[in-house]
Design a protein around this ligand. Structure first.
Ligand SMILES: NC(=O)c1ccc[n+]([C@@H]2O[C@H](COP(=O)([O-])OP(=O)(O)OC[C@H]3O[C@@H](n4cnc5c(N)ncnc54)[C@H](O)[C@@H]3O)[C@@H](O)[C@H]2O)c1
Ligand SMILES: O=C(O)C[C@H](O)C(=O)O
Length: 341
């Protein structure tokens, strides 16, 4: 029995993600929450002949609480997407508040659920969820994940294109570490399952790295004001959710990058901090998943000088993004305690 919940289920990501989750036979209940349209989305999906019983709720009458109660896994794609010219950080003002409110609902109604955060800016929204959970005394760093899978999916696709083996994309595995925005997205091309040509250096290497780092911009530009990646994100979110569910069901050796608190595995986190040369509270490295969430945070391993330079460039921005999320929640709690602030 697995209950999966999507918060923001009527949106561009939420709908196709809910559709994909409905196709997973391991999911027995699918809860959909949004501020609009979830009864319709749920009615539509409920006609599909797979096991999951679908329920869609709106905010009135404790809809969030009802959907979250009994949840094993909660995926959050709620919030506004970018338009051309915007950075992911520009979304913080609106999405920070949305994620804080939804995290509060999860802390109250499904504190043991695995929480998969898609809403941008991920580097800041994951720390928001962590702070909210700390405040409610239910924080377990092993259970909160920033979904960076789309970067991995893109890296696989773009590397396969360079290798001129388009059908290889699903088999090409390229770890992408750091975070989920611009220079914090660090592809470790030297660890690609399919080695790149040895002459891929200089401009060609930089072009490939930039394409992976700024792949989101490609979609934002092409959609021309109608939002950002939705379908590829739904695919990526489904991939990662499935990995978590498979690990919970006892499958061993499932490894994937995700933006998690290093406290989720203190020993692995310390080793990673040593490699980074600094202590960050959150970082996306390859993690091994287990029945309780994060089992092990893997080190970066052997990387090239170019990759070390990319990691170094990512660290200051990550530190700022993390602090933005944490401070936002702490300040909100201060304001609630002392409304005159
Ligand atoms: N992590 C990633 O790799 C990644 C990839 C793509 C998009 N994103 C992010 O995902 C988010 C959603 O993108 P989208 O294209 O689906 O946007 P969208 O506008 O199409 O959908 C967002 C949905 O969230 C809902 N929503 C707003 N406030 C809510 C609340 N308080 N509670 C519940 N639902 C609420 C909206 O009603 C809407 O249906 C954006 O922040 C986007 O930047 C992240
Ligand atoms: O680019 C965006 O704003 C959405 C998402 O983070 C992406 O990488 O596609």
């Amino acid at each position: 029995m697995v209950k999966a919940v999507v918060l923001g289920a009527a949106g561009g990501i939420g709908q196709p993600l809910s559709l994909l989750l409905k196709t997973n036979p391991l999911i027995t209940e699918l809860g959909l929450f949004d501020i609009v349209n979830t009864p319709g989305v749920a009615a539509d999906l409920s006609h599909i002949d797979t096991p999951a019983v679908v329920v869609g709720r709106l905010p009135p009458n404790d809809g969030l609480k009802e959907v979250l109660t009994g949840a094993d896994i909660v995926v959050i794609p709620a919030g506004v997407p970018r338009k051309p010219g915007m950075t992911r950080d520009d979304l913080f003002k609106i999405n920070g508040g949305i994620v804080k409110d939804l995290a509060t609902g999860i802390a109250l109604s499904a504190p043991k659920a695995f929480v998969l955060v898609i809403s941008n800016p991920v580097n800041s929204t994951v720390p928001i969820v962590a702070e909210v959970f700390k405040k409610h005394g239910v924080y377990d760093p092993k259970r909160i994940f920033g979904v960076t899978t789309l970067d991995v999916v893109r890296a696989s696709t773009f590397v396969a294109e360079v290798l001129k083996t388009p059908s290889a994309a699903p088999n090409v595995v390229v770890p992408v570490v750091g975070g989920h925005s611009g220079v914090t997205i660090v592809p470790l091309l030297s660890q690609s399952s399919h080695p790149l040509p040895s002459d891929l250096s200089g401009e060609a290497y930089e072009t490939l790295v930039k394409r992976i780092q700024f792949g989101g911009d490609e979609v934002v530009k092409a959609k021309d004001g109608a939002g950002s990646a939705t379908l590829s994100m739904a695919y990526a979110g489904f991939e990662f959710a499935n990995k978590v569910i498979r690990a919970v069901k006892g499958e061993k050796g499932i490894v994937a990058p995700s933006f998690v608190a290093l406290a989720a595995d203190p020993a692995g986190g310390a080793a990673l901090s040593k490699e980074l040369g600094t202590e960050l509270e959150f970082f996306s490295s390859n993690i091994e998943l287990g029945p309780n969430g994060v089992l092990k945070i893997n080190p970066l391993g052997k990387i090239t000088e170019q990759e070390a330079a990319l990691v170094k460039a990512a660290v200051p921005e990550l530190a700022t993004n993390i602090e933005t999320g944490t401070k936002f929640v702490l300040q909100k709690y201060e304001e609630e305690k002392n409304p005159k602030l």
